[in-house]
Design a protein around this ligand. Structure first.
Ligand code: T5A
Length: 215
């Protein structure tokens, strides 16, 4: 049995990654491909516990390196328990955020040294890299407004509460990754409605990866 494909969705806050992940999984199911939808931080019990701790802001006082370590520990567990087994049995995995988020949130916006983060990423992922990364690009003011509308009763989490300058750096950071790794990454205009965005994402997926419908 051949290994499944690993797709990651990246971008700033509220750009529509979770919504798109579900839509893509549905399209894949219609094409006869089993796809597991998961997220980071999270996707396994230990990683979900780490998610709660980091997004509550409890780690913030220790700085971006401590947060990068937490995200990396969560990633190791997530890969071992969910991603690697799913890919090994031939399923596809659609993951809402992965290592690019650490590069951008803790690296670019958190100003950690790129060499340090590269080493950490190498250890945490053990060489697992996405086959395709869709970067959802959106004005951060619009993304933050979407995130606020989605959960008006909850306060902002650790990263949503950052300044607009921080969120602008995130956008530039993701675009820089896409420019540096065009074979792996594709940038999608996330200002479109969910159906139009899902259609554009599906066309990109069919163009870059062999899906049964496109074969
Ligand atoms: N983080 C994560 C790091 O700092 N380092 C790391 O290594 C990792 C892995 C995760 C936080 O952790 C940080 C980054 C994050 O700050 P999270 O809650 O998972 O926290 O945050 P996000 O990943 O940003 O998830 P969100 O749920 O906030 O955003 P999504 O998933 O991008 O957006 P979605 O689909 O939930 O949509 C948001 C709202 O907009 C609507 C939806 O209905 C929803 O109400 N919507 C659209 N509206 C208009 N047009 C569209 N195309 C829309 N798509 C969705």
């Amino acid at each position: 049995m051949s290994r499944g494909r690993f797709i990651t969705l990246e971008g700033g806050e509220g750009v529509g990654k979770s919504t798109l992940a579900k839509a893509l999984a549905l399209r894949l199911a219609q094409a006869g491909v089993r796809a597991e939808v998961t997220r980071e931080p999270g996707g396994s019990p230990m990683a979900e516990a780490i998610r709660e701790a980091v997004l509550s802001g409890a780690i913030r006082e220790h700085g971006p390196f401590a947060e990068a370590l937490m995200f990396s520990a969560a990633r190791i567990d997530h890969i071992d328990r969910l991603i690697a087994p799913a890919l090994a049995r031939g399923d596809w995995v659609i993951c809402d955020r992965f290592a690019d988020s650490t590069r951008v949130y803790q690296g670019v916006a958190g100003e950690l040294e790129p060499d340090l983060l590269r080493s950490l990423e190498r250890v945490a992922t053990a060489g697992l890299a996405p086959d395709l990364t869709l970067i959802l690009d959106l004005d951060p003011r619009k993304g933050l407004a979407r995130a606020a509308r989605r959960s008006p009763d909850q306060g902002k989490d650790r990263f949503e509460a950052e300044t607009l300058g921080f969120h602008r750096k995130l956008r530039q950071g993701f675009l820089a990754i896409a420019a540096a790794e065009p074979e792996r990454c594709a940038v999608l205009d996330a200002s479109r409605n969910p159906a139009a965005l899902a259609e554009a994402a599906w066309l990109t997926l069919a163009e870059r990866l062999t899906v049964p419908e496109a074969a």
